[in-house]
Design a binder for this molecule. Structure first.
Ligand SMILES: Cc1cc2nc3c(=O)[nH]c(=O)nc-3n(C[C@H](O)[C@H](O)[C@H](O)COP(=O)(O)OP(=O)(O)OC[C@H]3O[C@@H](n4cnc5c(N)ncnc54)[C@H](O)[C@@H]3O)c2cc1C
Length: 493
């Protein structure tokens, strides 16, 4: 079968919709299956510009065995399965482009199955949220921490790790996908496989061996960033880190438009910060409750909040000293950068100013309108200057406030560049999509690689990607999912 054939096919050719409904009830029980429009509607769209599409059914699984039956049945009858954790990916990735069955892991497969305090990892079901994990660690393992994104507390941990999320320890550890120790997966033929050091043994309830991803052939990559296109993940082991007792977050202001770029490169390699969430000043204003923020002359175009932690006061002092020296050196070379103690600064405002730092939290300004979208990209850090200048021009052209979000990752090895746009879906979408498209073209031109990528952007990327990669990618997809049942439509499959 052609990889795009599902596009043209009636998905209930082999089994009628009524037959499928009966089978789903047999597998999951009538209270865990729905075909009612009112229940299905919330799964048909997300915050983004991506076109909505209704699923035919949604099911709420509780056990791996149910999912094995589902996958075998859907593979036989060529019915799409769309895995769904909490639908917070901001990329249209759980919109069922070709209908089929939403598998909602968030409702009942949401248990923290195990925490290994000694070797610092947690084994999770796919529906576990950031808020849940944070509460659990604070209550039972206060000496351990996880690395959180600026996503709401009700967004999923496993989905974030599988999609290479970038989070509050990113300057140290890099992409969250690198922190996955192991997975349990169901492949298209209904086989259950455990990947990572948990590949030893047959007892799926023994979690002692989920401590490493390497050194065997890295089959985990077949599931990372594949957006649910290669199988269903039923368990995931994520790394945890020791919580350091001293914390002294810093706020940094950048008065020159591109001053932030050399700073990110230098601070990344200095190995002193846990992370930096740096953004256009308009965003900082939104954060403290200004609804339609503008930048006034003389204000710094960019600001950043940096979590810094240490084991002792002396170590903290040394880190702050390195940071101050680094800024002095950069300012001697022509930048205009100012460092401020964030704890002191946030006292000037209300608790909202802490939202960007005390994670996980709901950043209310991101949810102010019906629409939220972004061109979230991993970026070559030497292109930051050009990315900032070119996107600034585009924001001006469209009369939209600048809203760029930047990070430096993994000791300075790469960066994040994420233009974000809030919009009114029913009045403003067309204009915003044009802006987003121009932003995407500029960023891809400058070498950015979008993550959590919607299919209209992967279509653009396909024109740039080398043919060898595309052939290999399609071979793997075809081998893992010959009937294209897993989340069809993603990456234009
Ligand atoms: C306001 C806001 C701010 C955010 N800020 C950040 C940020 O700063 N950094 C960051 O990294 N992220 C950020 N995010 C994104 C968010 O953290 C992650 O994308 C999210 O945690 C994953 O979403 P989810 O768990 O809802 O997964 P979903 O959206 O439900 O699913 C994500 C993808 O994984 C697949 N999938 C889900 N479950 C399974 C499974 N069991 N098996 C196989 N495939 C599966 C889905 O099909 C889909 O393709 C933000 C999101 C919001 C809404």
């Amino acid at each position: 079968m052609e990889i795009t054939e599902i596009n043209r096919r009636n998905i209930f050719e082999r089994a009628s919709k009524e037959e499928v409904y009966r089978k789903l009830i047999e597998i999951f029980g009538s209270t865990n299956v729905t075909n009612k429009e009112v229940d299905l509607y919330p799964y048909s769209y997300d915050m983004t510009e991506n076109e909505p599409h209704m699923p035919d059914f949604a099911v709420i699984p509780e056990k791996v065995e149910q999912l094995v039956q589902l996958v075998k049945y859907c593979n036989q009858n060529i019915i799409p399965i769309v895995p769904y954790a909490t639908g917070n990916n901001v990329g249209g990735l759980t919109i069922p482009d070709y209908g089929g069955i939403i598998v909602d892991f968030g409702k009942k497969m949401n248990k923290i199955l195990y925490v290994n305090e000694n070797m610092m990892y947690a084994v999770l079901e796919p529906g576990v949220t950031f808020g849940q994990l944070k509460k659990h660690l604070d209550e039972y393992y206060p000496q351990l921490r996880y690395s959180y994104p600026n996503a709401p507390p009700y967004a999923g941990v496993v989905g974030n790790a599988l999609l290479s999320g970038m989070t509050s320890l990113a300057a140290k550890i890099g992409s969250m996908a690198e922190s996955i120790n192991g997975l349990e997966v169901i492949t298209a033929d209904g086989e259950v496989a455990r990947i990572g050091s948990c590949f030893y043994g047959t007892d799926s309830d023994n979690f002692d061996s989920w401590w490493s991803r390497y050194p065997m052939p890295d089959l985990l990559g077949i599931f990372v960033n594949f957006q649910g296109m290669t199988g269903l993940i039923t368990k995931c082991s994520v790394q945890l880190w020791p919580k350091e007792p001293i914390e002294k977050p810093q706020l940094v202001l950048f008065f020159g438009l591109t001053d932030i770029a050399p700073f990110l490169r230098e601070v990344g390699r200095a190995d002193i910060i846990n992370d930096i969430a740096a953004f256009s000043v308009e965003v900082a204003k939104m954060e403290i409750g200004i609804p339609e923020p503008r930048k006034y002359p003389g204000e710094p175009p960019y600001t950043g909040v940096m979590p810094i932690s240490a084991k002792t006061e002396k170590q903290m002092e040394a880190k702050i000293e390195i940071l101050e020296n680094l800024i002095t050196d950069l300012n001697k070379k022509g930048t205009n950068i100012l460092l401020i103690d964030y704890n002191e600064f946030s006292k000037l405002f209300n608790l909202k100013a802490r939202n960007i730092y005390d994670l996980p939290s709901q950043i209310l300004s991101l949810h102010e309108y019906s629409g939220l979208t972004w061109f979230g990209a991993y970026a070559p850090s030497n292109a930051f200057e050009e990315l900032i200048k070119r996107t600034e021009e585009l924001y001006h052209k469209y009369g939209v406030p600048s809203f760029n979000y930047l990070k430096i990752m993994k000791g300075g090895h790469y960066g994040i560049f994420r233009p974000i746009i809030r919009f009114k879906k029913f009045t403003d979408q067309e204009r915003i999509v044009k802006l987003l498209e121009e932003i995407a073209d500029v960023c891809i031109d400058l070498g950015c690689i979008p993550y959590k990528t919607p299919s209209w952007i992967t279509e653009k990327m396909r024109k740039r990607i080398n043919p060898g990669w595309l052939k290999l990618f399609e071979k793997i997809k075809d081998c893992m999912d010959p009937n294209n049942i897993f989340n069809p439509g993603r990456w234009n499959t």
